[in-house]
Design a protein around this ligand. Structure first.
Ligand code: ASP
Length: 406
């Protein structure tokens, strides 16, 4: 996209923001000037244009999960000799992301940003009856390979991808070739997503227009509330939780926040943890972390540790269920934590990656996948803060890891 990645990212951001504003204005003007019938015809065409985007995403989810997770597993597993660092790192990444997902749920339950809009679930939508006990366990393991090729088979696809990654390591030398092919294919899928992203401005325009015609200003209020809750809880996680982690790592939090300012701002504006990696490494070096530690923890962290994304995906699930008036049971809330943990690990460190992977999280909970299109409308704003915190979390954990491994 564009001549340089950074400039391309800005152009894309501007295109999305413009599409949002024009969509809202178009929807508003249509709703006050057109007859009721004409407005509803226009709204259904706009929705169809937005749905194309959601369908393209549904198509890419199975191969995206397969290759990104298999590639990550094969590279982590092959670094087995670094067992201790990796074990501590994964433990910390899981704890912090679980906590972040919990804040997302708490924010959704306390502030209910999606209540009162009353969106209609798509035609033919049936709220799933939550499976219990053995059924829940078996739902992770689809019976046929063909099931893995649908979004609802994503959990089994993840298990398949992890086993595939481990199997490449068991193969020894020849497996390395496959591991590097998997890593190439994973890059290919990320590029595939960036091609789909060319359509995103049209989808954002269409969904913004459709929502405005169909639900009017109530939707704008809901979006504002969502962003308020997301920014509040994400910043809380950044300031409170990372202060504690850094202090446990024996560093003054002020030193951490000062060093982290540049990566935070770079991540906020580029909305890519991958693009922020060199700046995060520089900050780690400034804080006195040895190269051999951050050379492992930061690249893996940029790919798998996304606290901001976990919080965002959990909050989005509650938001979408509230928009459609679907109540979630406590079992489903428990599943939200697990699904966002996996979803954030599987999210690519690129702009919008977390909203693409939201399709997986929604399918685990059994919510309408139209939710992805609805979240896409405000994605540039939601992505900025979650990426800034994704990147900052890697460095906070790195400081504690340095202390723990002595
Ligand atoms: N943009 C985020 C990142 O690069 C991923 C996401 O969209 O949540 O960390």
């Amino acid at each position: 996209m564009g001549s340089s990645p950074r400039r391309g990212a800005y152009r894309f951001l501007i295109a999305i923001l413009l599409a949002f504003c024009i969509g809202i204005a178009f929807g508003y003007i249509t709703s006050i000037t057109a007859t009721k019938d004409a407005a509803s015809t226009i709204a259904s065409w706009l929705k169809a244009l937005g749905d194309i985007f959601v369908r393209l995403i549904r198509i890419v989810i199975p191969p995206l999960i397969l290759f990104t997770i298999a590639a990550a597993t094969s590279s982590i597993a092959s670094a087995r000799r670094l067992g201790r660092i990796l074990a501590i790192m994964l433990f910390l990444y899981i704890i912090t992301s679980t906590l972040a997902a919990f804040w997302g749920i708490l924010g959704g339950v306390l502030f209910q940003p999606g209540i009162g809009v009353g969106l209609q679930p798509p035609k033919g939508y049936q709220p799933p009856t939550p499976p219990s006990g053995p059924d829940l366990l078996l739902s992770f393991f689809m019976p046929d390979f063909a099931n893995l090729l649908t979004v609802s088979g994503s959990m089994t696809m993840i298990i398949f991808a992890i086993i595939l990654g481990v199997a490449t390591v068991f193969m020894g030398e020849p497996g390395r070739k496959i591991a590097s092919m998997l890593s190439l294919l994973s890059t290919l899928m990320v590029k595939f997503v960036s091609v789909i992203m060319y359509y995103a401005p049209i989808a954002v325009f269409s969904y913004a227009g459709w929502l405005m015609i169909s639900y009017g200003p109530a939707m704008l209020g809901a979006y504002a509330k969502f962003l308020g809750v997301q920014y509040g809880f994400t910043l809380f996680h950044f300031i409170a939780i990372y202060s504690i982690i850094v202090m446990l790592g024996g560093l003054n939090p002020i030193v951490y926040f000062k060093a982290q300012l540049t990566p935070f701002l770079i991540a906020f504006t580029t909305r890519s943890s991958a693009a922020t990696l060199p700046f995060n490494m520089e900050a780690a070096r400034k804080m006195g972390v040895p190269d051999e530690v951050f050379n492992i923890t930061l690249p893996i962290g940029a790919t798998v540790n996304m606290d901001g994304t976990a919080l965002y995906q959990a909050l989005s699930v509650l938001f979408i269920s509230q928009l459609f008036g679907i109540n979630l049971t406590s079992t489903q809330l428990g599943m939200v934590v697990m699904a966002t943990l996996i979803g954030s690990v599987a999210t690519a460190a690129i702009p919008g990656g977390g909203t693409i992977m939201l399709a997986y999280v929604l399918s685990v909970i059994g919510l309408p996948l139209e939710g992805v299109g609805i979240m896409m409308v405000i994605d540039p704003l939601a992505d900025a803060i979650r990426t800034a915190v994704n990147a900052s979390g890697d460095n906070a954990c790195t400081i504690l890891i340095t202390k723990l491994i002595g």
